[in-house]
Design a protein around this ligand. Structure first.
Ligand SMILES: *Cc1c(COP(=O)(O)O)cnc(C)c1O
Length: 357
């Protein structure tokens, strides 16, 4: 068996231990004679898997009582609409912080449902930093931000203080570090970046905010109805939930999110330290706002992009091409990327710079 280093932003690498365990359990989950994929979502086996996944997620993030945990579908993109549909609560306005491609998409979708105010934006410096001064309207239903911009590689390392409920699209750094959930009205994340397979979206929401949906909200998109039905109003993404559950167990075994954060800091530092001393590679993001998960960088000469990518593939490193909207390269180094993968990348950067620099 050979595993390559996959630097994709998502769907992304999953821990080899998790995949091996899923492989072992593929045909016969614990003596049931069936795969988790084949189980009734209402049967006691799957209900147990779902309950345990929620319990482990609550433990990892120390989610306080008073918050509901939902396992939904439709990706983070559906949340761009589902958040306003559920959280406007008749107020008709919500504020957004714009720090890159994903928050721009969230704004665009929210405009369908309400009056959107821009509380802050980093557009003035081409989305290369995380603005700390926000102008939030007192009567806004909530303020939304993207706590880690996957494409630009900009991360908020502190949770902003707000008077109205804070909503975070945490898709690409979910479970990469501890977070004080009590500071948020709602946190959502698509699983396929850092926590499991595609098809599953996590929503953690303060209970008192739900139950006042906009007229016309489809039943499966109503947080309150989903919460009351344990996210099983209809068939959930059962296999993805099972794999996410295995990822949660893996994270607990590593020592929980504080331990995971330490490893992530070390991995990111390896790569940024090299980029910063390099005369050839460049990362444009303000130092204090750099993402630990998604690290974009450019080569001195874009004509060398193709040879760079080709050489990377030859060395067992794939998916380093940057997003089409920013160009260059991007290394996504989520929890499941071993530090050896980052070392291999840095070695390759050094070798490439020596040859072409
Ligand atoms: C990937 C991503 C999305 C979109 O996720 P889908 O699951 O494809 O809808 C939204 N926000 C952020 C920050 C992302 O990284």
């Amino acid at each position: 068996m050979s595993r390559i280093f996959n630097f994709s932003a998502g769907p992304a690498m999953l821990p080899a231990e998790v995949l091996a365990r899923a492989g072992d359990e593929m045909l016969d989950w614990r003596g049931t004679g069936m795969s988790v994929m084949e189980m009734s979502h209402r049967g006691k086996e799957f209900m147990g898997i779902a309950a345990e996944a929620e319990k482990d997620l609550r433990e990892l993030l120390a989610i306080p009582s008073g918050y509901r945990v939902l396992f939904l579908q439709g990706g983070a993109t559906l949340q761009f609409a589902q958040v306003p549909m559920n959280l406007l609560r008749g107020k008709g306005k919500a504020d957004y912080v714009v720090t890159g491609e994903w928050s721009k998409k969230a704004v665009k979708e929210a405009k369908v449902y309400c009056d959107v105010g821009i509380a802050a934006t980093s557009e003035d410096r081409n989305f290369t930093y995380a603005p700390k001064q926000w102008n939030v309207r007192k009567d806004a239903a909530y303020v939304h931000y993207c706590s880690n911009e996957t494409i630009g590689g900009v991360e908020f390392h502190q949770t902003p203080k707000t008077e109205v409920p804070l909503v975070a699209d945490a898709s690409s750094h979910f479970l990469s570090r501890p977070v004080d959930v009590s500071r948020f009205g709602l946190i959502y994340a698509g699983a396929q970046k850092n926590a499991g397979p595609a098809g599953l979206t996590f929503v953690i929401v303060r209970e008192d905010l739900i139950g006042k949906t906009e007229k016309g909200t489809p039943t499966v998109m109503d947080y309150k109805l989903q919460a009351d039905a344990d996210s099983m109003l209809n068939t959930p993404a059962s296999y993805s939930m099972y794999i996410a559950g295995l990822v949660f167990k893996w994270l607990k075994q590593l020592g929980g999110l504080a331990a995971v954060e330490k490893i992530n800091i070390e991995k990111a530092k390896l790569l940024y330290d090299y980029l910063d001393q390099s005369q050839f590679f460049h990362n444009p993001v303000a130092k204090e706002d750099r993402s630990r998960m998604n690290i974009p960088f450019t080569l001195k000469d874009a004509k060398l992009d193709e040879p760079f990518l080709k050489g990377a593939v030859e060395r067992g490193m794939v998916q380093l091409k940057g997003h089409r909207s920013v160009g260059g390269m991007r290394a996504s180094i989520y929890n499941a990327m071993p530090i050896e993968g980052v070392r291999a990348l840095v070695d390759y950067l050094r070798e490439f710079e020596k040859k072409h620099g």
